[in-house]
Design a protein around this ligand. Structure first.
Ligand code: FEO
Length: 405
């Protein structure tokens, strides 16, 4: 078996020339860069992503996570640039989702003696359902193993964002292997935060939190508490950059985001058929600006939902508009509100608006969905038949100026 694995290794070394990147002494990034991904189960990833895996050379050679199955060759090539994969003793599976565990079976077949560490019961159940019986070892909160000079301490972070999620801390290195937490969908050739544009990585980190972790603020706070007090030299994430210079900044953001902190800012989202709802949206945007509250204006046809959600996440006010079509709201707005309801935003104040030809049912439907998403309704539905008159637009402005914001 070992000889076969060695042959396999030699073949891969010839086929794929991806190399590992050293991030600390005897610790290597061996993941993959997905430059072309533009949609991650509905999340529009305009800058691609990375699937980060880490190899630790110690008495027990340890791999932390794998990668999406499509990138197994790149992963194996990077591992092989440092060590024969057959020599891996321990594989830590932080998360069953396939962007991290996708190549687990392939790595396990190259290193059949390797112990696969996962949480109990959720990681164990998820991995067994997907990959069958492998050499699993389950761990619980507080468990640790020695891999030689280094220790790995396991901290389950359930529902951050799956029941099985776990992070791993290495005290000797002061590195937290954080998997999905603190990550971004950002394809980059440079591994560290300080080697990338800070505004870009902070935007992508917020976008990631808003689109993946927003429903799990309480769980994020629990995880932050569990990690509180750890000395951190690096946060080695599962996606995007490794934090080493701006650790305090990303931790402060997670503290604020998980607490649902919002700022005095408004987001106006709408679709329009013949410009009437669009004119109302413009009026609402200008009315907020008149009050000194910055407002962002999104024609839903022009901006990806994931970016709109990123802006809504930290903005206190939300106005959503749709004309009526076939007694319903526009399908674009229905899809947006469906997504918003699932993300369960907190501390948002909202209202609905729209124009109509005869029925006008859409505006009440939008308001119902805003309530269902957990928003507090702060202004009665704005309904305008056909084209708004100047008097109606002035009235909308007055109503917004009169709000107690
Ligand atoms: Fe990056 Fe939940 O997987």
């Amino acid at each position: 078996m070992l000889r076969l694995a060695k042959n396999f290794w030699e073949v891969f070394k010839m086929m794929n020339n991806s190399k590992a990147t050293q991030i600390s002494e005897n610790i290597f990034w061996v993941g993959a860069v997905d430059w072309s991904m533009r949609n991650f189960h509905g999340y529009e990833t305009s800058r691609g992503s990375t699937y980060n895996a880490y190899l630790i050379l110690d008495d027990k050679i340890t791999l932390i996570d794998t990668a999406k199955i499509d990138f197994k060759d790149e992963l194996i090539s990077r591992i092989s640039s440092v060590v024969d994969p057959a020599q891996i003793d321990v594989i830590v599976s932080s998360h069953v989702e396939l962007d991290h565990s996708g190549a687990l079976k392939e790595i396990a077949s190259l290193a059949p003696a390797a112990q696969i560490i996962t949480t109990n019961p959720n990681g164990l159940k998820g991995l067994t359902n997907r990959y069958g019986k492998l050499n699993y070892k389950s761990v619980k909160a507080g468990d640790e193993i020695s891999i030689g000079k280094r220790t790995l301490k396991f901290v389950p972070t359930p529902m951050l964002h799956w029941p099985d999620s776990m992070v791993t801390y290495c005290p000797e290195e002061k590195i937290l292997f954080s998997n999905d937490a603190f990550g971004e969908h950002l394809a980059t050739s440079m591994r560290f935060d300080d080697e990338n544009d800070l505004a870009t990585i902070m935007y992508e980190a917020q976008k990631y939190y808003a689109n993946i972790l927003m429903p799990f603020g309480k769980q994020a706070q629990t995880a932050l508490k569990a990690l509180g007090g750890l000395e951190l030299k690096m946060i080695a994430t599962g996606h995007g950059v490794i934090w080493r210079k701006h650790i305090d900044k990303i931790l402060a953001c997670y503290k604020s985001w998980s607490a649902g902190e919002v700022s005095q800012r408004a987001v106006i989202v709408f679709d329009s058929m013949w410009h009437s709802t669009e004119i109302i949206a413009q009026t609402i945007t200008e009315a907020f600006a008149k009050r000194g509250i910055p407002a962002a204006y999104y024609d839903i046809k022009k901006t990806p939902l994931s970016d709109i959600i990123t802006d809504i996440f930290t903005s206190k006010y939300l106005a959503v508009g749709s004309p009526t079509i076939n007694n319903q709201m526009m399908p674009t707005i229905a899809a947006f509100l469906c997504y918003l309801k699932g993300l369960r935003p907190v501390n948002h104040k909202a209202f609905a608006f729209g124009s109509y030809g005869w029925g006008g049912q859409s505006i009440a439907l939008v308001e119902d969905d805003l309530k269902a998403a957990g928003c507090e309704i702060i202004l009665d539905k704005i309904r305008v038949a056909n084209l708004p008159t100047q008097a109606q637009l002035d009235d909308i402005t007055e109503k917004i100026l009169a709000l107690d914001l």
